[in-house]
Design a protein around this ligand. Structure first.
Ligand code: SF4
Length: 229
């Protein structure tokens, strides 16, 4: 695929907006590949849906595995299900989920069903407290298998806890942002969790800067040419 820069991506999105084009099509692998991946993800879900490896298994209402296109090129990873996700069994379905939908569909011009969305933890921590290190250690193997099956072009870690679980631990969000990191061979961009944007709308602008880097890599721009600082 021909490389595109972050600036070209922004220009492309503006053109699509002006022309009234709603979505960029074909943003995932072929239907045949996706079917195989869907089967593998279903097997992984069935194998782990009754998991009780950590204390969160006792308090969850639903195991929240993840959803989206199994052949997605972009994988969003949050930290853990919240109240709405726990009740419904799907990731990012509350107010923060609606905002993430807007970022994906209105901003990136990609249908939500053409990306994949999941969390580090598959069960809700009580009162939405932060994930504990032992819970992350117990749960992350499932996520690693999900990543290997989906084999995305790029991962977007939403918030400090997701970034810390995937990358060098214990940094502030500002230390993670603006750089292309790697989880194994996968480029990772870190941005704010949508809940943070709900609390502080001023974070929408820097989030969009991160999303432009993400889109340019997903569209074939080599990570080192994104202009990330
Ligand atoms: S959070 Fe993960 S490790 Fe803990 S019980 Fe749920 S699925 Fe198992």
């Amino acid at each position: 695929m021909k490389s595109v820069t972050k600036k070209q991506i922004l220009g492309l999105l503006e053109e699509l907006e002006e022309e009234g084009v709603d979505y960029i099509e074909n943003f995932c692998s072929s239907p045949e590949t996706s079917v195989n991946k869907a089967e593998m993800l279903e097997n992984l879900f069935q194998k782990n849906r009754t998991c009780m490896k950590c204390r969160l298994g006792e308090t969850r209402k639903n195991y929240v595995f993840g959803e989206g296109n199994p052949g997605a090129q972009i994988l969003f990873i949050g930290e853990a299900p919240g109240r709405d996700e726990d009740l419904i069994g799907k990731p990012f379905v509350g107010r923060a989920g609606k905002l993430l939908n807007d970022i994906i569909e209105k901003g990136m011009k990609i249908k939500r069903e053409d990306v994949y969305i999941c969390n580090i933890l598959k069960c809700r921590p009580p009162e939405n407290r932060d994930p504990l290190p032992d819970e992350v250690d117990m749960c992350i193997e499932t996520l690693i298998t999900q990543i290997n099956i989906i084999d995305p072009k790029i991962i977007c870690a939403l918030g400090r806890h997701a970034a810390s679980a995937l990358l060098k631990k214990g940094q502030k969000l500002s230390d993670y942002r603006g750089k292309v990191h790697y989880f194994r061979s996968y480029p990772v961009i870190v941005t704010y969790h949508p809940s943070a944007l709900l609390r502080n709308p001023n974070l929408k602008k820097p989030t969009w800067e991160d999303i432009k880097i993400l889109l340019s890599i997903a569209q074939g721009c080599p990570p080192e040419e994104t202009g990330a600082w």
